[in-house]
Every structure is written in C-alpha cells, then in structure tokens.
Design a protein around this ligand. Structure first.
Ligand code: S3P
Length: 430
C-alpha cells in the first residue's frame, strides 16, 4: 500500500462496529437461552475467528453484513468441537473463550497464528487453574496452543498484576460456572464491556474501585445489541484530521466508554481542536460524534491509570507526538510489547524511518516532536494498528511516497480502512 501527502481531509466517516463489543456479543449470545440479535457487528478477521470457534461448537450463527443472529445454546449447551479451535490472530478470542471453555465438561485445544502463539497465556492459565480447570500449554512455553479440560469450578479472588480486560473477562466468564462468587482486582481499570453486557443479560456483577465481582449464573437472557463504532478505529481519523493541514472531519457514532476514551483527553491536552457531540447510548455503551479540525499539537506525558484506557491507541498517539512541538514521554505501557507485535519496537522502527525522533524505552517511548516526516518504506510486521498508524503518517509525510509492507493486515480490525481513508481526501497536492 502506497500513500502520499494529502491536501486535506473533509467530510463524514462512520467507523465500523467495536471489535471488543462484537466479540462479546457473539460469546454471550452463544451462552444465552434464546436468540440474540446483533446490529452493527464488526465483520473483521478477528471477530470472524470467534464466530467460527462458536460454530464449531454447535452454535448456529447467521450473518448478513453487519446484522448477526445468534441462536444461544445456554451456559451448558456447547458441544465438543471435532477439530482444535483456531483463534487466528485474536487474543480476545483465545482468552475470553478459554474462560468459557474452563466451565465446559469436554476437552478442547485452542491455537492461533504465529503472532498469537507468541503471546503470554500464563496470565489466564494461572487464575483458571486456581478455579479448578486443567489448562496446559501444549508446547510447555505458557503460550498457545492451550489444552483445556474444563469441569467444576470454584469462585476465587484474583489479583492480576496487569490491567487487562482479556484477563479480567476470562476470569469473569469462568465465574459464571463457579460454585460461588468470583472477584478480580486490577492495578487500574481496564475496559468494562464484559461487565456491562453480562449485567444486561441478567447476571449479578458489582464493581468496587478496581475490583469486580460476579455471581455464578443459572442462565443468560438474550439481548438485542447495537454495537457502537470502534473508538480504536476512529483514532486514525482523529489523528489524520488533526495532523493533515486543511482538514475538517466528522467521525460518527463512536463508542466513548470512559474505559476506552483516553485518547480524547490526550488529544485535548495536546491542544486538539475537537468537539464531542450528539451523545446517545448503544448496547449499554455511551456513543457520540467527534468533530476534528487541523491543530498545532504540543507535547504531553502519558502514563499510569490512563494507559489501559488508550492501550490500542498508543501507536497513533506516538505519531501525534512525533508531529507535536516538544518532547512527549509515554510510560507504563510495557503491555505494548506483547500485543499483535512488539509495538514499541515496531513503532520506533517505522516512525524513525519516517524521520521522527523516537527512542524506545522498556515501557514506552520518548518522542522529540516537530521534525517534518518524510515518506519511506515501513514495515507493519503484520500488525493492523501499526499499518493504520503508518497510513496516517503517509498522508502527512513529504518528499516521497510512504509504502507500507504487509498492509492487508488491516483486515484484522478494519477491512475497509483504506477505502474510508481515501474517501475523505480532497484533491492531491502535486
Ligand atoms: C481487548 C483488550 C485489550 C486490547 C485488545 C482488546 C478486549 O487487550 O488491547 O485489543 O477486547 O478485551 P488486553 O486485555 O490484553 O490489554
């Protein structure tokens, strides 16, 4: 994929459905007693991995574009799959499904692609084992493939060292099947979509500080779920609107759940001209439109409890920092090293090739902003969020084109990304 400097972005864009909410709608729909209707489902590779795994276990799912119907089989109605399950590139599929499989009475193997097979799974294996599940790493390296022999589970109180919604959700979903309440305590609050959706399904879930407690459930009530637009996808348009000179765009229907919307505060701190308007609710989640205009950004510091609220946006925030006046420090984000790629290494390499002054640290970046970007060949290493960040950089960078290697990986979360981005472009500079 090749991109060149843009003369400005104008118009309206509606981003596709939220990836995290789409996964959860399928999973909870499958476990419900009756039919779940999902509107605005994200038909991307990751969510289709969850869909296929559930189909392999006997769940009937009909999909027409972004409209999906799931015929739930109840908490104990999943069937043993004939073949190992394949979570593809999707950490959410692997970790959340493992929590559900821990409560089933059949053995399952679940694997994934090369990237997912390198990502840490001890973080879910340890709590699920403490609940009574027999869960092992097939290669003995605490990574996928995982072999899960579920059964009777006990409620636990678990303190996780990382703020991770995937870990929290795996434990809470296993807690549905436990013999007593299950509590998860995180160092900082991670996204709470699982808790919101479980409550809507009639499960008792309570929050106290950074601890959440679930009571075991007899059944889940099916829902009609409207998936909000994904703020993690909107983030690329937000950044592009701020950074490309002469831009003014409206991003419609964006989920602004406070556990996800940290990028809005960071952008405001950096001096962004943005307004959040037309507030509504969709699927128990707050939603709004975001208007953004070209802005002269300045440096900021990003760290602490803010990190989980913008973890997937840090690549594009690093790009914003590279184009801002002053030195930005991003810290407490070591989790970036165990995402779909080592995002600290991949972003430091790509942004440096584009002419930015970026130093990778153990847990983030130090970025001296303000140096004009120049087009280059950059490698996404198959990481969708790196590819989309470099695409935005390509619209800003001068002198020559930017070429992104492995750009088709945007299919993981946003198959129509390049079309939607180009649709906002006004005539190109010569
Ligand atoms: C997700 C949680 C986050 C995020 C991922 C989706 C989820 O991962 O990075 O893209 O849907 O729960 P962690 O829980 O590992 O932080």
């Amino acid at each position: 994929m090749k991109l060149s400097r843009s003369a400005g972005l104008h118009g309206t864009v509606t981003v596709p459905g939220d990836k995290s909410v789409s996964h959860r709608a399928l999973l909870l729909g499958a476990l419900s007693e009756g039919t779940t209707h999902i509107h605005g489902f994200l038909s991307s590779a990751d969510c289709l991995s969850t869909l296929r795994c559930l189909s392999q276990m006997g769940v009937s799912i009909r999909r027409e574009g972004s409209e999906v119907t799931v015929v739930g089989v109840g908490l104990r109605g999943l069937k043993a799959p004939r073949k190992p399950l394949d979570a593809g590139n999707s950490g959410t599929t692997m970790r959340l499904l493992s929590g559900i499989l821990a409560g089933q009475d059949f053995p399952v193997t679940i694997g994934g692609d090369a990237s997912l097979s390198r990502r840490p799974m001890k973080r879910i294996m340890a709590p699920l084992a403490a609940m009574g599940c027999d869960i092992t790493s097939q290669k003995g390296n605490d990574c996928a493939p995982l072999v899960i022999r579920g059964g009777k589970l006990h409620g636990i109180s678990w303190k996780t060292p990382v703020a991770s919604a995937q870990v929290k959700s795996a434990i809470l979903l296993a807690g549905l099947f436990a013999d007593g309440p299950t509590t998860v305590t995180e160092p900082a609050l991670s996204r709470d979509h699982t808790e919101r959706m479980l409550s809507a399904c009639g499960v008792s879930v309570s929050q106290e500080g950074t601890s959440v407690t679930i009571q075991p459930a007899a059944s889940l009530q099916p829902q009609d779920i409207t998936v909000p637009g994904d703020i993690s996808s909107a983030a690329y348009f937000l950044a592009a609107g701020l950074l490309v000179p002469g831009s003014d765009i409206l991003i419609k229907n964006v989920g602004i759940n406070p556990t996800r919307a940290g990028i809005l505060q960071v952008a405001e701190r950096m001096g962004a001209d943005l307004t959040v308007e037309s507030f509504t609710l969709a699927g128990g989640e707050p939603v709004a439109d975001i208007r953004v205009r070209t802005s002269a950004l300045h440096a900021t510091e990003v760290g602490g409890a803010e990190i989980p609220t913008l973890i997937d946006e840090l690549p594009v925030i690093a790009l914003m920092a590279a184009c801002a006046e002053g030195t930005t420090v991003i810290r407490d984000a070591a989790e970036l090293r165990v995402k779909e790629s080592d995002r600290i290494a991949v972003l430091a390499e790509g942004l440096s090739r584009l002419g930015a002054r970026v130093t990778a640290t153990e847990d983030g970046f130090i970025i001296e902003g303000g140096k004009p970007l120049k087009g280059a060949v950059v490698n996404s290493y198959g990481d969708h969020r790196a590819a989309m960040t470099f695409a935005v950089a390509g619209l800003v960078a001068g002198i020559r084109e930017t070429q992104i290697l492995d750009a088709q990986c945007v299919n993981i979360s946003y198959p129509s990304f390049f079309d939607d981005l180009h649709a906002l472009e006004v005539s190109k500079e010569q």
